[in-house]
Design a protein around this ligand. Structure first.
Ligand SMILES: [Zn+2]
Ligand SMILES: [Zn+2]
Length: 264
């Protein structure tokens, strides 16, 4: 369905374009109207997170190509939920919901499994939350998530066009809820009826485990409400972001962060 309206290269360009344009716009806006006004070295902070993202692009390019090839192949062998003969729009919606549910489960596993937390904590060790934090993930975390998700995507019958469409919808949400943009509380309340809002995700980056083990949603907030992990506080003025003892300058560098999961 999706591929018949937009070609895969169109979706790819749209997805990458939205990621870059959304990121740039939010970076400018959060500079003009920040929620937390603590960060004095925004450019340096962005440089570190963008270096991690650029390295991920390089390291993960072969696995991305392999994943696209495997999805393409599996659809000729197994129809997935195509077996239900749903109308194409309904099929695409079901696949997008399943992907988002998987993202919720995966994120929760990253918090509840000590081994996975080692890698995911690189994302949480950022003591300054802004749009660039949305691109800060250890490459092993992404690789593990691909390994887990690929067989399930194949089982659903998801195609590369579904993944690109999901990325097109999800990435601006992820960038928005990581951003340091101050928005009216009423707008945040309205947003969190559908998506994980900035206030929700700020709590998810709290130093307190009781607070950061919550609000796991990526694109939709419904999963947190459904599975009892939704958390909200009226006032985040006292919120401390990041992880205890991790904000030293010598730890917040590219190579120490890459090696962080392997520290005893
Ligand atoms: Zn997390
Ligand atoms: Zn985050």
């Amino acid at each position: 369905m999706v591929a018949s309206i937009l070609s895969i290269p169109d979706l790819r360009i749209l997805s990458y374009g939205t990621t870059i344009a959304g990121g740039l716009l939010l970076w400018i806006l959060e500079g003009l109207n920040p929620f937390f006004s603590r960060e004095k070295r925004r450019a340096l902070h962005a440089k570190l997170n963008l270096s991690i993202a650029a390295l991920n692009l390089l390291i993960l390019l072969p696995s991305g190509i392999l994943m696209a090839f495997m999805l393409d192949w599996s659809r000729t062998a197994w129809p997935g939920i195509g077996i239900l003969a749903l109308p194409p729009v309904a099929e695409a919606i079901v696949i997008l919901l399943l992907i988002d549910l998987l993202m919720y489960i995966w994120h929760r596993l990253n918090h509840e499994t000590e081994f996975l937390w080692r890698f995911h904590s690189v994302h949480h060790s950022d003591a300054t939350l802004d749009v660039t934090t949305s691109w800060r993930f250890h490459y092993m975390e992404i690789l593990f998530s691909e390994l887990l998700r690929l067989p399930l995507f194949m089982l659903f019958g998801a195609g590369i066009e579904h993944l690109l469409l999901y990325s097109l919808l999800m990435t601006p949400v992820i960038e928005f809820h990581h951003s340091n943009l101050s928005i009216p509380p009423a707008l945040d309340r309205l947003a969190r009826l559908i998506i994980p809002s900035p206030m929700m995700h700020r709590l998810h980056h709290s130093t307190l485990r009781t607070e950061h083990d919550s609000n796991y949603g990526s694109m939709l907030s419904v999963w947190d409400r459904l599975f009892g992990t939704f958390l909200m506080k009226d006032n985040l003025d006292d919120l401390r972001l990041g992880l205890d003892n991790e904000s030293d300058t010598d730890k917040q560098q590219l190579f120490p962060l890459l090696l962080r999961p392997f520290r005893p």
